[in-house]
Design a binder for this molecule. Sequence first.
Ligand SMILES: *Cc1c(COP(=O)(O)O)cnc(C)c1O
Length: 233
Amino acid sequence: MLKENLAKVEENVRTACKVCGKEREEVTLIAVSKTKPVSMLQEIYEQGVRDFGENKAQEICEKYDKLPSDIRWHMIGHLQRNKVKSIIDKVCLIHSLDSYRLAEEINIQAKKHNLVMPVLVQVNIANEDTKFGVRPEDAMLLAQEVSHLNNIKIRGLMTVAPFVDDPQDNRKYFQQLKKLAVDIACKNMDNVSMEILSMGMTGDYMTAIEEGATMVRVGTGIFGERYYGKNNQ
Ligand SMILES: *Cc1c(COP(=O)(O)O)cnc(C)c1O
């Protein structure tokens, strides 16, 4: 079942790449495994997937110890400053930088581990009240401030687009995020590059790739629906 789901998603990714003239290798498919048991991650791992996305620090820590060490863990959820410590040496990329205070903490912890942490600035592209991320007009300023920190490196932007039935409705937001990335890249700031655009989820990843996504985060499309019990909100 998971194998078939993954094959279907993989085929869609390839189709979208073809549509916009991209090589398949230019787009990273992140399997979003939040709430799913280690056995399911293992199954997807065996199909060759190495990039997994989680939205809780604690869940990354729990799964990290139980799964192969060549997995690239992506922190895609809202990150509290007191949790940075626990994941700093486990994740390959933090997609959810949304404040300077968080950047400072990441910088401190990265320094302790003698590493430079790659991050994406999370942008609330549609200005939704319910979503994390900086307002589009504030992304440039955050990048400028963070560029002075030596143990953190901004590598692009991330967004969670609105939940829509028709992915075409999100095309304009993906275009806006791409444009924002180009504008920021033009400033040539220290420690800031814009080669990664993390956008597109199960409902709209093909559209996102067509508009320039280099990372798509697919959960439901691979693992099926998530069930949130009352202890796992
Ligand atoms: C859960 C989640 C996803 C995956 O969502 P699906 O619709 O299940 O593909 C992607 N990005 C973030 C930030 C998420 O929290």
